[in-house]
Design a protein around this ligand. Sequence first.
Ligand SMILES: [Zn+2]
Length: 246
Amino acid sequence: MKTEISQAIIMRVNECGESDLLVTFFTPTRGLLKGIAKAGRKSRKRFVNCFGSFSLVSLEYLIKRERDLAFLHSGKLVNGYQGLRTDFSLLSKASFMIELTQVLFPSGVSDTRMFELLERCLALLDAGDRADLMPLFFEAKAMTLGGYEINLGKCALCGRSYQGEGVAVFQPEKGGIACMKCEQASALHPLMAPEAVKLLRRFQEGSLSPEEAQGPPEEALQQVRNVLKLHREYRLEQKLRTSKYL
Ligand SMILES: [Zn+2]
């Protein structure tokens, strides 16, 4: 039993008792954790500017038993993402990324790649780079890491492989696409142009960094946005509180 020092992203901070803070944070190796900062509301020294939502910090903490609350000893701010805090639209997008992370990676489920994705996307949003793409890029990759990748390689109904040509139809209940022979487009089974399938594939791979995206066609973006929303609501069986901001 010894203290650990880890990078962490602050997800939420609640007041607790007279002077303590209950802090929810996300780490690379342990995933989502909750900890108590004793006298955290008074002791500004041990935690200088650490407890702003979404802040990237370095935390020193002790976990006595798995699943127990951590005891936070001290913290150092690494990046407060000040750019996010001055713009409601950016802040809303960051809130969505935080909420989706907590749903896909609850306590006990960790993945270093998820931490890296969240950190990277917060930094890009903070810099204001392609803020319109960022939630889509983040969501597609986060869902993939969480085990909900959309199968874009073949028709989910007849098995014919999809070569990247022609229009496909999204199938929420299959977590994939269908060809036009097998399925008619509707509100629940929307069309995807080849550009939209390609864009979504690259988002899922994480190979297209949004800052490099050469302005994909607005129609493709709109289709990807709609498909991701249907997919998320079908798979996660809940509406995210923050999704209304998107
Ligand atoms: Zn088919």
